[in-house]
Design a protein around this ligand. Sequence first.
Ligand code: PHE
Length: 344
Amino acid sequence: MEKKLKGLIQELETKLASIETVNDLNLLKAEYLGKKSVFNDLMKQLKDVSNEEKPRFGKLINEAKQEIAAKLDSARAELERKLVASKLKSEAIDVTLPGKSVNTGSKHLISQVIEEVEDIFIGLGYTVKEGPEVESDKYNFEMLNLPKDHPARDMQDSLYISEETLLRTHTSPVQVRSLLENSNQEPMKIICPGKVYRKDDDDQTHSHQFTQVEALVVDEKANLADLKGTLLFVAQKLFGEEREIRLRPSYFPFTEPSVEVDVSCYKCGGVGCSMCGNTGWIEILGAGMVNNNVLRDAGYDPNRFQGFALGMGVERIAILKHGVDDIRAFYTNDLRFNKQFRGK
Ligand code: PHE
């Protein structure tokens, strides 16, 4: 009996030495300790053993079983350790390898400037609005104090879709839309960024499509001084805290009085240089007090309400801020241009 048990253990050891998987190990476990294992036969044989010998044999069998169980356990632990080690090896990451460069996109310079302008106005309590690019003649012109035969219509060569619809020539129709929408005639401060279209031949300084930001404030006391303060604040945010502004009389049918706004040259500080044509000033936008006719047509009593409006060209601001020398660069999507303005 003792020999037989020793033989069994040795046999198991040789088999254990050649197994490779946990599955092999499970099969061995079934073979040696399972229901149909050799030990079952041995236990059966126990009943033929004399009573004096029984306890000793029983003990020997149990010890052999325990030894086998222990050997199987340690073989399992070893297998698992090897498995983990090989996994660690095969899945190891060499952190010293150079990484793959990922090409990320970035915002277009025009979008960046729009957001910059939006942030300035949002900081002043304005709401951002949108309006359609295909607009009615009524909102684009008529209700902005530009009746059909008005000579100032020539100021903006238009792209008509039909007799009554056109691609908006400016963002000012949003003034009309906002006034009409605000039926309670609550105090209002809005801006509207968006694309506008004009029948122009594209060249270095002209584009048939460009971008504007409109601003409109209407309440019972908004006055020219408020407009001036707003313009100074916006100009300083865009071009630097040391900037000054200058208002020159101008003409827009929808504002009265109308002004053209200049900012002191940020390149020469106002002394005069090639940037500002030696004047010390750079024109940045048009503005004015909302014309009474516009208020009246939108159902506002001009004796009670007043307001101011301004419209700026986003490309112009971007050109000035970033020294872009051809407006077409914004639309031709040359990556060498776009990548120079990746933002923060
Ligand atoms: N809409 C005018 C333009 O496109 C700009 C402007 C807007 C002027 C608002 C005054 C007030 O030229």
